[in-house]
Design a protein around this ligand. Structure first.
Ligand SMILES: CC(C)(COP(=O)(O)OP(=O)(O)OC[C@H]1O[C@@H](n2cnc3c(N)ncnc32)[C@H](O)[C@@H]1OP(=O)(O)O)[C@@H](O)C(=O)NCCC(=O)NCCS
Length: 182
């Protein structure tokens, strides 16, 4: 049986990742879905955390992708503290519904825990994200331009790791400029 390999992306993965995103998010009204540009632009910002751009490879082919990048959370009394946003998450259509999406997201979250990260936010369908432990972010004191959407605005507190047990941030979540496009 061909096994799934989960690893951070390397320079040779840029094209394959682009193809997975374009296929997974394809819509009839756009030639290239905005998630492709989002990832390309985030790669050039200091929000990029190389260890947390995770690919799933099956039989030598990149078939899945889960990206965690830096956001900032407004701290009480001023200043901000770091957190992460999950997305885009994509699996090539011909490999969907066989567990790759779950596996690549879990690998990214595990890598974030290893790095001592404490908080991940996501905007997406709870039917997919609740399996990782995500729950409504507004009920955790986290706001964003998407908080009004209710259920899709979610967050996950990662367990303390040996490399850090920083407190869990709460407050307004600030996204870097590339996110304004989606
Ligand atoms: C969402 C996506 C990443 C899931 O990847 P996958 O490899 O098909 O997912 P898995 O096989 O690990 O898990 C499938 C499970 O997720 C659910 N699921 C799959 N796609 C879903 C979606 N778009 N919304 C909600 N749930 C979804 C399935 O019902 C299934 O549930 P089950 O385990 O209870 O049967 C993939 O379908 C995809 O790329 N979709 C298009 C891009 C997209 O919408 N990404 C963001 C998702 S919010």
């Amino acid at each position: 049986m061909t096994t799934l390999r989960l690893r951070p992306e390397g320079p040779a993965d840029t094209g394959p990742v682009r193809r997975v995103l374009a296929a997974a998010f394809a819509r009839p009204d756009v030639s290239t879905p905005p998630e492709v540009a989002l990832v390309g632009e985030l790669r050039d910002t200091d929000a990029w955390v190389p260890e947390l751009a995770m690919v799933a490879e099956h039989g030598g082919e990149v078939v899945g992708y889960a990206l965690l990048t830096r956001v900032r959370v407004g701290a009480e009394g001023g200043g901000t503290v770091p957190a992460l946003v999950l997305g885009p998450v994509a699996v090539a259509p011909h490999r969907q519904r066989v567990g790759h999406g779950t596996a690549v997201v879990q690998a990214a979250l595990d890598a974030a825990t290893e790095l001592g990260e404490r908080l991940v936010v996501v905007l997406g369908d709870p039917a997919f994200y609740r399996r990782f432990g995500f729950t409504r972010a507004d009920r955790m004191g986290l706001t964003s331009p998407w908080s009004g959407l209710g259920d899709p605005w979610q967050a996950l507190v990662l367990p303390p790791s040996t490399s850090g047990d920083a407190p869990v941030p709460r407050g307004e979540v600030f996204f870097p400029p590339p996110w304004s496009k989606v």
